[in-house]
Each structure stands twice: as C-alpha cells, then as structure tokens.
Design a protein. Sequence first.
Length: 612
Amino acid sequence: MNSDYALTITRGTQLSRTWPLSAKVKVIGRSTGCNIRIVDATISRRHCEVWVEDGIAWVRDLESSNDTLLNGVPITKAKLSTGDEIQIGKYSLALIQLETAFTPKCDSLDDSTPATLALSDGYYVNEAEASRNPLDISPRESKFRELLRSHRAFAECTGVAALLAALSPVIASHFGPEAWWLVTATGVDRRLVAHPLSATPTVEADLIRNIQQAIQSKSGVLMPRRREYEGRPSFETSLIAPLMIGEEQLGALALRSGTPNRLYDESDLEFFLGLAHSFAPYLCIAEQTEQLRRDVNTLRGNNGAASSLIGSSAGITEVRSMAARAARSDLPVLILGETGTGKEVVARMIHELSGRAKHAYVIVNAPAIPRELFESEMFGHEKGAFTGATRQKIGYFEDAHNGTMFLDEIGDLAPEHQARMLRVIETGKFNRVGGTREIGVDARIVSATNRNLHSKGADFRQDLFHRLSGFVITIPPLRDRASDIPDLAHHFLNALQRPVTAARLTLSSDAMNKISAYTWPGNVRELKSCMERAAVLAQGDVIEPDDIMISVQSDRREPDSSSHLLTLADAERHHIQRILKRHNGNIKSAAQALKISRVTLYKKISDFGIQL
C-alpha cells in the first residue's frame, strides 16, 4: 500500500523524525512552502520531491544547488527501495515501511550544525510559487497574506512618514479609494494629520462625526451615502477603522469609495479593521520614537549650544561659520549683538567646539558684581585679607583655568575695573586680594556686549577693546533674519512639549503670519517668552493668533538695542545697515542713497564694525 512507505531522518538534527509518503507529491527543502521542511543552509529552498506511484516510491531532484544523492550517487530521478538513503546537504533520509522496526544509523552524525532561516521566511508568507494556480488561493487566504505582507512593510519603517508611505499602496491596491485619511484623536477636535491620496486638504464635518463615534464605540463603520454622479443619483461608501492600543485611542483610518461602481461591503470592512489592527502598534511606536528623538535633541541642545543656534538664514549661517572658525584658535572673541539675540549661545558653541571643551566654562556678568567685591570675585582672596575673609577663596579666573571664561555685558564694566582686567588678559597673571604670590592662568576669553565699544562716546578703554576683539562676531537682530522665526518658534514649542501621549503643539498659519510680521525688539529672548505664554494660553493643540500676546511695542519699527535710549552713533549704525541691506550690500548704490562718498561709507562700516 502506498501509505506503508515513509521517510525518516538518519543523519542531521531531529533524528528519527518521520513523514509518511503517498501518491501526493511531497517537496523537501527549507522554504516555508515545502511539505518536508528542513532548515539548513546546505539545503536548497526546493531541493527534491518524493512520491509513491503504483506501489513504488520515487525521488526527483529539483535542480538543487548541492544535488540530491541516492546512496551516495547523484540522481535526477530514481526509484526507491526500503533502506535506501537520500542525501540532501548534511542530512540523510531513509525509506522505511511503517510496520517495520527501524534502527537509525548513528555513525558520523553531526548535529551541531546551526539551523539558519532567512528573515523573510519568518513572516510565514512569500510570493506564491509559480507552479501554484492562483485560483487555488481562496479570497480569505489572499487577504491574510496581504495583511502579513503589510506587517513586513510596517516593521521596516522608523517614522510616521515612512509608515504612511508603506500603508498607501496597500490601501490603493485593495480599496482604490477616492481619498483616505489618518486622523488623530486628541481632545475634542480631531485634527487632520495626513491625506496622502486626497484632492482636498480637509475632512468633511459629517465624516469627522462618524470618526468620533467609531472611536468612542471601538467599532468599524461602513457608511453609505447618496450623492450625484455625472448628473445621476448614485451612492458612495466610506469605511472607518479605529486605531486602538489597549484602551488608548490613537485615532482612526478612514477612506471613501472612488466611483459609484466601487461600493464597499462587510468583507472590505473586515479587512480594513484587520489592517488598522496591524497598523496601530507600529504607529504608536513610531510616534513615541519621534518624540524621544525630539527630547534627545532638546537635551543635546541644552547641553550643547551648537544645536541650539537655530536658523538657516544667511546671517545666522555666517555666525555659525565664524564661531566654528573662532573655536579653532585661542584668540579672544568679542560677540556683538542686541539684547536677546543669543550671544551666550554663540559663546558656549565656541567653547564646545574648541579644544577646551572638556574643561570649565565660566560665565561672569562682570558689571553685575558690586564694585567693592569685584576683585575678590574675579581674582579671589586670601584668608584674612579683609574683615569677613575667614577662608581662602578661588576667583573666577582660577576657575576658568584651561577652559573658557565668558564675560557678559562687558561694555558696562566700570572704568576702574577695565584696567585690572586688561592686565590679566595681557599677562595671564594676577594676585589674589591680600596675596603676594603671582598666579598664572590659561583661560580663553569670550566676551559679549550690546554696545558699540569702538565708538568715541562708549567710555570703554580702546586698548582693552583691541585685546578683547581678536575675533569679532556680530549676531544680526531677529528682524533682519525673519526667515528664521518659524524655525525658532517650532524649536521653542518642541522644548515645551507635553507628555509623549499628548499631541504636539503647533502654530496655525495665521499665528505664524502674526509672529513673522512682528519686529521683535527683544529678539530671540522675546520670541521664546512669547511661545511659552502661547503654550499656556492655547486651548487645544493648535496655537491661534489670539494666543500670541505681543508687547504693545509691536508697532515700533525702530530697533532698541537695550533698555536705554539709542545713542546717535547707534542710530547712525542701524540706518547704514538698513540702507546696505536694501541695496544688497552694493557700496556704490548705498553711498548714493546716503549721499556720502564711498570712502566715507567704507570708513563708517569699519568704525561701526558692520559685517557685509
């Protein structure tokens, strides 16, 4: 009888494992579609096949890579007798009769060979073999295979955009919709996230209501609707599938039929729900991963100023380039710019890009130190140097040894302190208050001011100015780099993001237009404060124009570099900068507009330290 024959493993792993033979052909190989599947790299995906015909067992090689051997001899097709051994790769299979006791050969068995399997085989779905008739595949099996293929595609995605790109062809091929959407479900109002195939950027109000009901009821929805098509009454259908992870509501997938002839039924809804179940965990992971990346970038931005210098305008790009070049030397750096432009950010960037990054970075607002304590704070003091000096104190300069000292608002330093600072910067040596031993320090000096130290009325020692200005970097005000405002606003909002489970805060187009039109006299610092207020005032996840509380100074177009009135020199410098910008840096045209000679204009550019 045909069923009396069987194959059993006599060499390799899983010894004595047995497969009965019959008239139905059994394929041996490592592919998931094989009847006798042996996972080993030495065996082809479809290695050989065996069957029983008229009481005789047969074996046929399927053009395998390592041949099929019968009792050690390569064959193409051959009869089998009881006890014959088929060798495929490192395995041997013997033909036995089921009623006959069989003692397997155990000589020279090598069971230590690890089993290997291609990653794609782990999905339990591959393209149907060419020999298989497509009519033999049931619609249910076809849908099951399609879902597993979508799992494979989703597993390769690392972000939401990639997930949508993987989801789009599945929806297009199976449903052929007129439009489809991924809609979030945060708060009362549903916000459109993506509409890859939609001709319109909005979701209709009745569809939004249906989506809300589907999410709340945790049910898929098939919604028919009457409409006109080419002047004739017709129907369209919509499908909605909630996206759930446990009890957490992520949102929903929704689509609408493309033509009146393509009406969805319950089998379509069943597949759509299955697709949503597959998609939801990958979407959740992708959103959390992107949020973690934003959090990491924020932390890096807090610890590394290079990533906090936000913007892509020509002005800020030049600042970034100048800071990188300055970091390669130990020359003193003077950073110029109005209040709130980010001078400290640039100073920290220089330190972190320099060879001193592993050493101290000391921030000193020298003008804020009381005059009677200035020398003690900057240079330290010895025990007993004055009343209350009960112990030795290390000053800022010693703290900054081998590192960087950032002197903020250096332009407001008192004249008597400027002389003492000049000596230390020139010689690198000083004495503690009450001390007699000269102390040497190696500190890189980076200073910043919102004043023009080179002007005659600045009351600032010119010799100290020249010592501090080995490398000068001028940061343009925010009004001169308005193209950076959107990037800065998004950066500040990302730093204020709510927990991972909540939606991201965004600016509506009207709110963005409002902040882009404002001159920002307080520069980046004012914009940051404005975004912090807006985040608190926003009712939902989208910041609207009414949430943007701008100062009453919004109508003022003239810049204000500090809390003091502008000096005549400052006003002249700003006027020259505006004219140069208006004429794209053309000296001849700007000089004609100012009604001065080109020589005079070049001199003023040099005196004011204007960057072309």
